[in-house]
Design a protein around this ligand. Structure first.
Ligand code: ADE
Ligand code: ZN
Length: 328
């Protein structure tokens, strides 16, 4: 069996970041929004660095204006993921984009997303769960509003809080209130760290936010003591190799630290982050890792076991996902 054919678990996927360019173009047309600067000549998303990526991401997201738009997006991204062999996925959903941080509006968006996800589970077999996502560069006050939305909808579908956005803005600890709210609501926690800031950001995420997983975390490799701590405490990294290459963290896959982190005992998983932005898919990530590091079927099975162990879903869902993994 080719490694790319294996069933896969994806823990780090931004809902809007997974939007096919054709869907965003279609919505822009329907709503008469000019998005010409978002796309390159080939029709893909165009950006030149991380700051510009975030701007283009938000411009594309501006055409997602209703619960129905998010239902269409959810269907499209789950079709894409299922076609890539993903059987369980956790996606980042932001109340800032879904209703502007208002709890009642957020609930309407969430209902539409869940309905689309339930239909996709019935037709395609893929299971989705949501992680509420404060956007770091929108600041701590808006993060609190997102955390309130998360707390109000915490349960078997909204399973976590996970901050994204510009890691170079502010400190992890500025968002402690939002993460405390999430913990009190029974939510699991993750945050982007060690992507565009170094090991100190990963340490701060663990110390000040009490996260159980780290989004990216790859720059922990620059601090051997931190690598040991991640391994000892079984803090799982949501590694997105193709994203890291596309945003210029590493010049080529051979220089990416995922294999060194794994070999040092750090629990690592593989995700796509924002697949159409980075011209990647889960199949492509698996193929690149196999080609670069010689990973084989057993390595990817172990990776998926790590992922299901670190998934934020309940035990019943975990058992169903494990069956899907074992069936292959
Ligand atoms: N939002 C979407 N993709 C992101 C990334 N790679 N880092 C931080 N925030 C993001
Ligand atoms: Zn991300």
């Amino acid at each position: 069996m080719s490694v790319a054919d294996l069933p896969k678990i994806e823990l780090h996927l931004h809902h809007e970041g997974a939007a096919p360019p054709d869907l965003i173009r279609q919505l822009a047309h329907e709503k008469r929004v000019d998005l010409s600067r978002v796309f390159d000549q080939g029709g893909g998303y165009a950006f030149k660095d991380f700051a510009h990526f975030l701007q283009v991401y938000e411009a594309a997201t501006s055409v997602l204006q209703t619960p129905e738009d998010y239902a269409r997006l959810t269907r499209a991204l789950l079709e894409q993921s299922a076609a890539n062999g993903v059987v369980y996925c956790e996606s980042f959903l932001s109340p800032d984009f879904c209703g502007g941080g208002d709890v009642a509006a957020w609930k309407e968006y969430l209902a539409a997303i869940r309905e689309a996800a339930e239909r996709a589970e019935a037709d395609l077999g893929i299971i989705l769960r949501g992680i509420v996502t404060p956007v770091r560069h929108f600041g701590p006050d808006r993060a609190k509003r997102s955390a309130l939305c998360a707390a109000e909808t915490a349960g078997d579908w909204i399973v976590g809080l996970g901050m994204g956005g510009d890691e170079t803005m502010g400190r992890q600890g500025d968002f402690a209130y939002a993460f405390d709210m999430a913990r009190e609501a029974g939510l699991r926690r993750t945050t982007h760290a060690g992507e565009f800031a170094g090991p100190a950001s990963v340490r701060a995420a663990i110390r000040d936010l009490g996260v159980e997983r780290i989004g990216h975390g790859v720059r922990a490799i620059e601090d051997p003591d931190l690598v040991r701590e991640l391994a000892d405490r079984r803090i799982t990294l949501e590694v997105c190799p193709g994203s890291n290459l596309a945003l210029g963290l590493y010049p080529e896959m051979a220089r990416h630290p995922i294999a060194r982190l794994r070999d040092a005992g750090v629990p690592v998983t593989v995700s796509t982050d924002d697949p159409p932005f980075f011209h990647t898919t889960m199949r492509r990530e698996y193929d690149m890792l196999a080609e670069t590091f010689g990973w084989q079927v057993a390595d990817f099975r172990a990776l998926n076991q790590t992922a299901i162990d670190a998934a934020f879903c309940c035990a019943e869902t975990r058992a169903r996902v494990l069956k899907k993994l074992e069936m292959s």
